[in-house]
Design a protein around this ligand. Structure first.
Ligand code: PHE
Length: 330
């Protein structure tokens, strides 16, 4: 028996090992033959012999199983070596992909705010009435809820029309202070030169305890942000209205195309409207049960930023997958 156990140690393949098992414990195996002898023995003698061969079987099985483990691991290693992919392989001539201009613009914007310690929050694309409208101080009668703009599933469920519901979700799940942005897709029933039914926004929200946050903070952050995006542009804040901010403003930059001479893109106004913003309306804080805080919020359309950055005249071309456009962004 020791001879077999030695042979097990020397086995090089799973096949050899299996042959040994058959030689010992198979139908015609040497140990199987010993077990067969039991029927001719009796009493004390049978007991002793049974104990002896069971011990042998146990020793054999132990050695066998240990070796089995070792050989199986070796086989697996060899298989993985053989099938391994060489990730360092580099094909000089391969065509390289590139980020879509909407994505790279989004990344550039996110990088700015992450550097200012803003967190990046997410929310669902399928929203409910409460988060998309009600808690943002948009009562049932507000025109922005018109069937014209919103894709509804039913009275309660809809495709979010802006990223502002992420403001509500973040405030409901976190305590102030809050510094967040929320990038993502939004949906509106609109399709023409300057609108696609799906586009991307980046939302921003800052909330601090007490009266720390003012319109002046908002202004300085957005002015710096817009110069980071577009270089030395003039920035102006125009009074506007959003139900969830008061006061509210629309932000314009001096036209990046004509630099003040007047052109088709700025419709001869020399200004381009780039984002909405304002001081968070106290009603919004009531909906999320925030007391004694102040904050500001802003929202921008990523496609519009991408078009202005890369001088793309038609918004729809961003979604036609035309390689003649996309290849320019390699
Ligand atoms: N949610 C607004 C829109 O989609 C943009 C906005 C966000 C305005 C935050 C003010 C503050 O038009």
């Amino acid at each position: 028996m020791q001879k077999f156990i030695d042979e097990i140690q020397n086995a090089k393949t799973l096949n050899e090992l299996e042959n040994l098992r058959i030689a010992v414990l198979g139908k015609k195996g040497s140990l199987t033959a010993e077990f067969a002898k039991l029927k001719d023995l009796e009493g004390e003698e049978k007991k002793e012999f049974a104990a002896k061969i069971n011990q042998l079987k146990e020793n054999f099985n132990k050695a066998f199983n240990e070796k089995l483990q070792v050989l199986q691991n070796l086989e697996l290693d060899a298989k993985m070596q053989k099938e391994a992919l060489n990730f360092s392989y580099f094909d000089e001539n391969a065509k390289k992909g590139a980020l879509h201009p909407v994505l790279s613009t989004m990344d550039k914007i996110i990088e700015y705010f992450v550097a200012l310690n803003f967190s990046v929050e997410k929310g669902p694309l399928i929203e409910d009435d409460f988060h998309n409208f009600e808690a943002l101080n948009l009562p049932k009668s507000h025109p922005a809820r018109d069937m014209q703009d919103t894709f509804y599933f039913n009275d309660e469920r809809l495709l979010r029309t802006h990223t502002s519901p992420v403001q509500i979700r973040t405030m409901l799940s976190q305590k102030p202070p809050i510094r967040m942005i929320a990038p993502g897709a939004v949906f509106r029933r609109d399709f023409d030169l300057t609108h696609t039914p799906m586009f991307h926004q980046i939302e921003g929200l800052v909330v601090e305890a007490g009266q720390k946050v003012s319109f002046a903070n908002l202004k300085s952050v957005l002015e710096d942000f817009l110069r980071y995006m577009f270089g030395e542009v003039k920035v102006r804040f125009r009074p506007s209205f959003f139900p969830f901010t008061e006061p509210s403003a629309e932000v314009d930059i001096s036209c990046v195309f004509c630099k003040g001479c007047g052109c088709r893109v700025c419709k001869n106004t020399t200004w381009l409207e780039v984002m909405g913003c304002g001081v968070v309306d106290p009603n919004v804080f009531q909906f999320v049960d925030y007391k004694n805080v102040s904050g500001y919020a802003f929202g921008l359309g990523v496609e519009r930023f991408a078009m202005l950055l890369h001088q793309i005249p038609d918004l729809r071309s961003l979604y036609e997958g035309d390689l003649r456009l996309l290849e320019q962004f390699r």
